[in-house]
Design a protein around this ligand. Structure first.
Ligand SMILES: NC(=O)C1=CN([C@@H]2O[C@H](COP(=O)(O)OP(=O)(O)OC[C@H]3O[C@@H](n4cnc5c(N)ncnc54)[C@H](O)[C@@H]3O)[C@@H](O)[C@H]2O)C=CC1
Ligand SMILES: O=C(O)[C@@H]1CCC=N1
Length: 267
């Protein structure tokens, strides 16, 4: 890509996006500008040739695409700080939780194309699920933004009203899935495997299960039916998990995360 990209806020997610993009050679490292207050913490990106700096305005001036990846309470402050660099030909993409396109528009004014994107930390290894909402950007720009995030996983356009849902299912979802793997590993240790082997078996099994759904596009129960031998051990374990509230705990957790988003301070 010939455009330059600035990532304002190179923390967990901002850095993960940077690594994902340069690993895929979607952008040359020298065309990428990543900011954070303590640039020493961006050392590895710097060693890869990425411009690492603390000057948000300078970074925004260099780039045609600007990705905002700071914590929610800092988002509008940062947008106002770089406002003069956001000319109408530029594209701004916020990955910030809970800050609406309307709030962004208010901070920077009319002109530039505005997007919210909700990737997850698997973007660092180009396996993100990214949901994108556009303000009133032209279709060609929307396609370019989807293409950007398709380089680092799978991207889809959704209505902005579903952005909080996308945050929970896709971004928080990484943590839920990892907690499942951790619990499965702990069970695996109890039934005889060393910790590392248990984690490998649990992780690869989850990856295989997810791939079955993504490739075959079938309902999970279709694949589950193939594993559950009548009177076998799988159904016995599954039913016990349900008696203990497995699905219910997950659904309640998802709802709790969802209801929390509106309480996250965005100013
Ligand atoms: N971590 C995740 O899995 C996901 C996070 N998000 C959203 O992405 C945003 C960032 O989240 P994280 O990366 O987890 O947080 P983080 O705290 O790791 O990253 C934010 C970074 O911004 C830097 N920063 C603070 N003030 C700054 C300023 N004035 N100028 C430049 N940089 C500044 C901080 O030093 C930090 O490195 C949040 O709004 C979060 O809601 C969205 C999807 C997933
Ligand atoms: O926990 C959070 O608030 C952010 C949003 C999605 C992932 N991390």
């Amino acid at each position: 890509m010939s455009r330059k990209i600035a990532i304002i806020g190179g923390g967990n997610l901002g850095s993960a996006i940077a690594f994902g993009l340069i690993d895929q050679s979607f952008i040359q490292a020298e065309s990428l500008f990543v900011t954070r207050r303590q640039i020493a913490k961006l050392g590895t990106l710097g060693e890869r040739g990425v411009n690492v700096l603390s000057d948000n305005l300078f970074a925004a001036q260099q780039a045609e695409w600007i990705i905002i990846a700071v914590k929610p309470h800092l988002a509008t402050k940062v947008l106002e700080e770089i406002k003069s660099a956001i000319t109408p030909d530029k594209t701004v993409i916020s990955v910030v939780t809970g800050v609406s396109l309307e709030q962004m528009r208010k901070a920077i004014g009319e002109g530039p194309a505005l997007f919210r994107a909700m990737p997850n930390t698997a973007i660092a290894i180009r396996e993100s699920m990214t949901c994108i909402a556009a303000a009133d950007a032209p279709e060609s720009t929307q396609k370019e933004v989807v293409e950007l995030f398709n380089q680092v996983g799978q991207a889809i356009i959704i209505n902005e009203e579903l952005m909080n849902s996308a945050t929970v299912l896709g971004a928080c979802g990484i943590a839920y899935a990892l907690r499942f793997i951790r619990a499965a590993s702990q069970g695996g240790i109890e039934i005889g495997f060393p910790a590392e082997v248990a984690q490998l078996i649990a992780s690869q099994t989850v990856k295989g299960a997810a791939s079955l759904l993504i490739e075959n596009k079938k309902h999970p129960e279709f694949e589950i039916d193939k594993v559950t031998t009548p009177q076998g051990c799988t159904i016995a374990g599954l039913n016990e998990m349900e008696h203990q509230g497995f699905s219910s705990a997950l659904i309640k957790g998802i709802m709790t995360s969802y209801l929390k988003i509106d309480k996250i301070p965005t100013e």
